[in-house]
Design a protein around this ligand. Sequence first.
Ligand SMILES: [Ca+2]
Ligand SMILES: [Ca+2]
Ligand SMILES: [Ca+2]
Length: 286
Amino acid sequence: MNISPSALFALILLSSQALVLDAVDVNAAFFFYKVRVNTGVGTSDLSAFNVAPTVSSAIAFLNDLPAFINNITSLESFKKSSFKCTCNTGYNGDGTTACADINECMVGSNTCHASATCTNTLGSFTCACNTGYTGNGTTCLDNNECTLATHSCHNLATCTNTAGSYTCTCNTGYNGDGTTACADINECMVGTNTCNASATCTNTLGSFTCACNTGYIGNGATCFDINECELGIHKCHPSAKCTNTAGAFTCACNPVGYSGNGLTCSDGAALTKTSRLWCAQQFSIV
Ligand SMILES: [Ca+2]
Ligand SMILES: [Ca+2]
Ligand SMILES: [Ca+2]
């Protein structure tokens, strides 16, 4: 006995055993019907996709069954299931009408390192470590240009590593940009030396030296006046009085009976006294 499509549909509705709904999602975008019928010479599966989940569309589906529908003798099973489409990873949309690339670099969903540059691609993105860093883009480590000797500091400058770069600073005693020039500072000229006021500054490459002036003793940074009079290293005449001064000394012939510049003192009075003694010896008048 053959079954007409309408009778078959009636069978579907009536057959609680045959009407099996497989995980049908009423919000699904697509539905899938599958009917297994007996054609008298065996079973045959008939199916259709994307059929709206309504009774009328189900009848239309059944009406569109091939010509051998007339040979159907019984309904074996009827299943309805559904499916949704979702956009692939890296794309955004309803999955059915649109799947647009996600710009992960713009929306911040990329996994690039903070020191990497993100580049959007269709369906994905790429990460490249910034200049001064090495890594795969997800992990980026600062290059230590100072230890890698890839810096361009002047040979009289000190390299200091920084995140993503480095700095060059001229060594102490030198002035310049640290890269193209480091010139000696003339500390004696610019007044940045630490010589004592009683010392003489001498400029050297990268530094300076201090030497206490004549009449002073010390390391140049500290200078003490030498008291030539106390130390007995003056050159005053024995008959002169030595007076210490800052860095030197003065000699003054003894005021009574002597004359001279202190280094030499003529003793006119002493001569007179000797003459008197001689005379006294001669004339016994002492
Ligand atoms: Ca993308
Ligand atoms: Ca660095
Ligand atoms: Ca210098």
